[in-house]
Design a protein around this ligand. Sequence first.
Ligand code: AMP
Length: 380
Amino acid sequence: MSFSSFGLSPALLKAIAGQNYTQPYPVQKEVIPVVLQRKDLLGIAPTGSGKTAGYVLPVLNNLQGQAEARNRHARVLVLVPTRELAVQVRDVFIQFGAELPERVKTIAVYGGVSINPQMIGLQGVRVLVATPGRLLELVESNAVHLSEIDTLVLDEADKMLNLGFREEMNRILALLPVRRQNLLFSATLSDQLAAINQLVLHNPVVVKIEPEKENIELIEQTGYFVSPEQKGPLLRYLIKTRDLKQVLVFTSSTYQADNVADKLCKNGIDAVSVHSKKSQGARTGALREFKAGTLRVLVTTDLLARGIDIEFLPHVINYELPRSPKDYIHRIGRTGRAENPGEAITLVTPEDQHHFRVIQKKMGRWVTMIDSAGIDTKGF
Ligand code: AMP
């Protein structure tokens, strides 16, 4: 199957070719036709499955030829949980919209940065990608109006609920016209989410994409038994002796993320931590450098990492285990994306051993374990 079989406009097909997308991903095969028919959709799809292009392409197609809305009246609203995802989604709209005969002005608004440029930017907006809190602020100050929205996308809805955006989401929903198309994407289903689905979706088509098992198969997973005090030296030993060039390290707290990044830097390994307590500028800058390959190690926590799209990531190191097996799979799944095999290393202290067995059982795969007692980490 090729992209041309969906009936997307030639300008969109040209932009798709420009992105070197040769074939639609499974989620795109199912989502694109439903969105083009303007039906409501519930998409259960993990991060990394290609869902963004799955909705961006048909939404752009649907927008074409439509009468322009009044100034500061967006037509499409995409709600997202984090600033990082807001920027990513906006960029996908811009990339695919680049060849369209009519310009589709797309802007991303999110908190943690000055509101004024966003107020000015909303002039002439058609597609608005927003985190809930900042969107409400902008609506309250009349910088944008939601009364002409005809397509609503809730992206990573489960995460929005986990982050406590329920009330803001309800307030936003109350501002939208009743007749509209609704697309809801989530990596998981929960009772809380079912309540949102009922509120938002009308006879939705349900598309469920399982996290790719083969992806997990592609990833080479290794665990190291290690004492808590040897974790730091072992981490540096692995990065240095194996000459790892682009490593995403996970910790369980922002405090540890800073701590690990600090120690790496002190030992001559270029590392930066990114987490919710860092400024927006620092986060974007570090991510950009990491993606470009000029920053060797990025240390982060689960909350921020979900939704960050980094292609071709060769190494993930779990400095600390995540609480849930799902998060473990999310973390290491980054290395097996886009058919690129990668490696995931997990440091396992005696206290973690039981939990790591639970994770492996849930994943349905046993990880090769190495005892680090035999490794000489002196000097690292
Ligand atoms: P997403 O799940 O939307 O964050 O997408 C994950 C990654 O897959 C992104 O880097 C996309 O650019 C890439 N991608 C999405 N669809 C395709 C496709 N059909 N062909 C190649 N790459 C794709």
